[in-house]
Design a protein around this ligand. Sequence first.
Ligand code: NAD
Length: 497
Amino acid sequence: MKTIQHWIDGAAVEGTSGRFGVVTNPATGEQTGQVALAGTAEVDNAVAAAAKAFTDWGQVSLSKRTQILFDYRELVHQHRDEIASLITAEHGKVHSDALGEVARGLEIVELACSIPQLLKGELSTQVSSRVDVESIRQPLGVVAGITPFNFPAMVPMWMFPVAIACGNTMVLKPSEKDPSATARLVELATQAGVPDGVLNLVNGDKEAVDRLLTHPEVKAVSFVGSTPIARYVHDTAGAHGKRVQALGGAKNHMLVLPDADLDHAADAAVSAAYGSAGERCMAISVVVAVDPIGDELVDKIAARARTLRIGPGTDPTSEMGPLVTAAHRDKVASYVPQAREQGAEVVVDGTDLKVEGHENGFFVGVSLLDKVTPEMTAYTDEIFGPVLAVMRAESYEQALELINSSKWGNGTALFTRDGGAARRFKLEVEAGMVGINVPIPVPVGYHSFGGWKDSLFGDHHIYGNDGIHFYTRGKVVTTRWPDPSDGGIDLGFPANS
Ligand code: NAD
């Protein structure tokens, strides 16, 4: 059984707190490892290494930083299969999906490779007589990243490539449920030439997080996880004077108008609801069907859902793997009988699925609930599993009102052939990421990712231009080189002339 350690100052460091977390293979239910859970002293060591490294790293030339990032991009690309296997072994998602996650993370490394362009300042000459003004952006110092279990490679890669490209040093705290893929990514950074101390990793739980949120040397915190913890991270780190971006949970609606191509919409709903077993913050968890297409759309979704192949992520024929833990599987499954009791129609019930040869794995089949209403728990809670709710609406306006009443506003999608309706929707809907005939509108690396309302606390989205802004602070320099003929005292407030 392996032990996953910390990575501090360019080397593996054994945990000293005496506390360990359990790491399991969700497809078999077996414990495969233990992860060291850092105490305050270990977090302090990592922050001290990062603070020491910042003195030099903040001064390293843009061309050198770029070259290291290019080398890192190549190295991760070469190791993508190995990283995907680590994800499948601890998260459970199928290998092809894990490879997709690595590819989407690499997009952000590629973005960071263009850091000289992204960090360019602005210059105005002759704003007043012989006066020039320049705006520049400088790194913050030590920054922290705290990440969830569902994307152990991609979400850390939303953070550290941009953070270090901007000249910061970082301490990452990945999810304790599936820490190995993140640990490998950090090791590879050292191999690619990222200097010791620039990118550090501490494994841990609340104790490690709390230290990062309050440590005086940590200047900014990026967090991705569930809404209650995102709110806590935002409030705690904010109260300690830190810049915070805290991305939370979601309930993503897919609105289907009567003119939509229903086969296309059903394909999209099934892919976006059940991919990665619904453990995606951008998963579609609610389909809102506008009358009169509800029955036909539900039939089409159900027919497709029943054909999905569920099995271990290492089997290339599996389309969906297990859930991350037994406790999460049981919680997800409990929403189906609850919905039935509360009046929903259970069209597909996947709760008693058994996968032959993997009876101890954390599998659950896919479920489809119809005629869900806003007060049912299947609607009010983020289930984060393969349970898709269908709701009915009489009109576009009623559907929009439903979506905009949600406390979350991460992603949403509209399926239609009507350009005018699409235009209204993109302007009227209250969510940070909108898809038009695209069910999972995760922005590409050079646009930023982020939701509204309880899906994001703080005012910066992640990666893209917002990422550059988040990890740097602005400085404006006003310069006058006087002409030799200038001179004289003037007690007036400087006005431009
Ligand atoms: P989580 O909130 O349980 O954990 C996230 C991180 O916070 C982990 O590193 C964990 O160790 C730490 N943590 C957990 N409890 C804590 C506590 N009490 N105090 C301090 N730190 C704590 O989330 P998860 O279950 O790992 O991930 C799933 C959630 O993440 C879902 O809600 C999903 O929607 C959300 N998510 C959101 C996005 C997004 O971009 N908005 C992306 C991915 C996942």
